[in-house]
Design a binder for this molecule. Structure first.
Ligand SMILES: [Zn+2]
Length: 233
């Protein structure tokens, strides 16, 4: 068996409103009709609260932040020919972290509704929300036996931090998951331009990350598959 990159439209699971485009905007641009499901896209119980991060993004309340970020996401995905799905869990900055089981259940229901040909999931490199989505997605989707491709994307921005990717791969290997890099077709100029336009739609987040805070999105996207040693191609 050879592992080829999946083609055609599929489903990307994203922790926050920007991660999927930052980490796999090129992949999405070359597979129009795909769906991006963002897990932490909900408004907290107290929409008037204002966190440091939201203030740095130019917002005065969580309610305003989520409303604007949903609009940014909708416009970004349209530039890639993709469609959003928004789950109602709230970003960890709002202090209402869901359980792994709740997120897994919601992802299972999502999969049944969307019935995609492939799934792209975050490696879960750093942020607690990214890690939670990775673990819940593996709970929800692994071992389905329906031949559905599971591919993992390197969480953009975090993957460039010293040791972060290395530690995650070592952790997965210790758990019996052997990683194989998956090489997608090199992006063409139209794909790169579409990704850049999509990234620019997340204006509030770019403001908080600062001038060079998202330089990583211009580096080549990288993907992985994982399987126990006996199931390697
Ligand atoms: Zn994120």
């Amino acid at each position: 068996m050879r592992w080829l990159p999946p083609s055609g439209p599929g489903l990307v699971v994203s922790p926050h409103l920007d991660d999927a485009v930052f980490g796999c905007g090129g992949w999405l641009a070359s597979r129009p009709g795909s769906v991006v499901a963002t897990v932490f896209a909900g408004v907290p119980d107290d929409p008037s609260r204002a966190t440091d991060w939201d203030r740095r993004c130019g917002f005065t309340s969580a309610g305003e932040a989520v409303a604007v970020r949903l609009d940014e996401d909708r416009r970004a995905l349209a530039r890639l020919g993709a469609e959003p799905r928004w789950l109602a869990f709230t970003d960890s900055q709002y202090g209402q972290e869901p359980t792994r089981a709740d997120v897994a259940q919601a992802l299972r229901a999502l999969l049944e509704r969307e019935n995609p040909r492939w799934l792209l999931l975050p490696l879960g490199l750093f942020h607690s929300d990214h890690r939670l989505v990775h673990e819940a997605a593996v709970d929800a989707f692994a071992g389905r036996g329906d031949g559905l491709d599971l591919v993992f994307w390197e969480d953009a921005l975090y993957r460039g931090m010293p040791g972060v990717l290395q530690a995650r791969l070592a952790e997965l290997l210790a758990a019996g998951q052997v990683g194989t890099p998956l090489f997608d077709a090199p992006p063409n100029s139209a794909t790169l331009a579409a990704k850049r336009k999509a990234v620019s739609a997340y204006a509030s987040q770019l403001r908080a990350f600062g001038q060079h805070g998202v330089d990583d999105v211009d580096r080549p996207e990288r993907y992985w598959r994982f399987a126990p040693p006996e199931q390697q191609p």
